[in-house]
Design a protein around this ligand. Sequence first.
Ligand SMILES: Nc1ncnc2c1ncn2[C@@H]1O[C@H](COP(=O)(O)OP(=O)(O)OP(=O)(O)O)[C@@H](O)[C@H]1O
Length: 233
Amino acid sequence: MTTFSIKGLHVDRASIPVIRGIDLQAGSGEISVVLGSNGAGKTTMLESLSGIIPAKSGSIALDDRQLLKLRAGARAKAGLSHVEQGRTVFSEMTTEENLKVALHPDADLKEAYDLFPELLQRRDVKAGMLSGGEQQMVVIARSIVNRPRVIMIDEMSSGLAPVIVSRLMRAVRQLADDGMAVVLVEQFAALALAIGNRAYVLRRGQVVYDGGCEALAKDPAHLHKLYLGDAAA
Ligand SMILES: Nc1ncnc2c1ncn2[C@@H]1O[C@H](COP(=O)(O)OP(=O)(O)OP(=O)(O)O)[C@@H](O)[C@H]1O
């Protein structure tokens, strides 16, 4: 069992406070869905958790281990994986070469292909020739080859057709069911809430909702108000 636990996280960008005291948790087998309007701070939060940008203060713990002071590489070694926005594949390399880029010598690709069997048929195709959905599959599959304990996924659905988004959501659910702790930043709120366990809504760098996904999914008016904040009052 893994518990990824964030407490009192503060992050500045260009000396401006962007994340202002966030608490968040994800455990093995759980998807913690993070929602919020543009600029709420979702990407900044993930980047500070994986160590791409520094956090100003707070606690980032993987079980009993404190990660705050570790560099990005050490956090990855400790079991954190971050699927960044933008679906970055190596276009001139095949699907399989893309999957092997980060592979440890003792790891194999079985889990990657089990998660997305559709990639098996595309293994020798250059990644630049794949569809947007297939490229997203490659990026997610590449992030699990070294068996992370926590996977953080940023806006995987951006620009994809709803049928592909549903397919990706099923795969993310499978990762959690296989024991990973998942932090899922999403714009497609309804689809994410349908597969998630805990939900967090961020507004201006703070958590304005922390509760079950099911309750929020059943109350779209509440969700709307949480997004808009004072403007909806
Ligand atoms: N490199 C940067 N330098 C300075 N400020 C930044 C930088 N990146 C983001 N910001 C600011 O930080 C705030 C949060 O941005 P962030 O991208 O984390 O939000 P988000 O919730 O992920 O939004 P979106 O859904 O649009 O991606 C915004 O006000 C943004 O302008």
